[in-house]
Write a protein that binds this ligand. Sequence first.
Ligand code: FEO
Length: 399
Amino acid sequence: MEKKISEKIRYVGVNDHTKVIFEGMWPLPFGVSYNSYLVVDEKVALIDTVEAGFEKEYFDNIRSEIGDRKIDYLVVNHMEPDHSSLIGAIREQYPDIRILTSAKAVPMINGYYGVTDNIYAVKEGESVSLGKSSLTFYMAPMVHWPETMVTYLEEEKTLFSGDAFGTFGAVDGGIKDTEARLCGWLDKADSCFEEFREEMTRYYSNIVGKYGQTVQAALKKLSGLQIERICSTHGPVWENHVPDVVAYYDRLSRYEAEKGVCIVYASMYGNTAKAAKALAASLAKRGVKYAIHNLCTENVSFAYRDLFKYDTLAVGAPTYNNDIFPPAYNFMYGVCARLVKNRKFFAFGSYTWAGASVKLLNEMASRQGFELISEGMSFPQAYSGKKCDMEAVAALMAE
Ligand code: FEO
């Protein structure tokens, strides 16, 4: 893959097609990239590292760009181990390297890797010269950990943004958004941004979703910078689509969604499932966009993606132990944990001798500030259109 992003900036990251589950929770059907960059001037800076297990490829990438030149600085924008794992290995290979990071990252570097010396905690807006160019650092706490910062190379109007503007999906063919394809998955997509949009939404909703407010604060802070290139830690380098990805992160972090329905359900014997499918069919008939997810068989990652995509959430769960059937409860717990707002809500589900799930789902949704489009539909035993009229619900959702 072409590593030259510009005369000064070289890509030295790696693609991971082996990891099945990211952070122990989130599937990676298209892999993921761990991006790392060299800025080469009179001095050389390395921006972030990569996940453990890629040592040989990573050091080969670095040496293919700078040979035996020394690296003066390692900039640590973010300490999550998918980017920081090789700090110790880098220090072994480049013993004189000076680590530049935020004050909050310093104890984390010690705690994770036992590295304590030659670390300098940069301040907000502080610059470090590389010769003809310089790196400037801005704190971006909770995007997505408290120590997070971003690094700006003014001479190239380039932002090294950490996780911000990142996406799932390996980037094998080319790292720039002029070349990057998502495994040829959507080769009819109009643009790289459109091709990665679903995986970006899933990445954002799964991992950064709770931190809408702090993402908004970071976007406001960065709005004063002229940004023509974004080098994130995951996914393509954005050059052609900088306004698109910034606008999309802005929208996601405001919990803004398009008109449509995210239907999620969990079902023991298929009755709540039948109600969910009846709702989907009624929405389809009316031309309302929807997505439907079975929480008993799917990883919840995809349901969270569509929760962030659509403005209406419909949750189906039978009553279990006089409570919400656990897969649906767990999903709703994640909705609340992500501080999702501005959604319309509808609950439904079957029970055998006493219904509780719909009432309890409504209570969770109300505490979240969601607008209940009706009191929900709790029906005894088997599903039928007479007990649970999804045509009427779909008509309300289509308004
Ligand atoms: Fe890709 Fe928050 O680490």
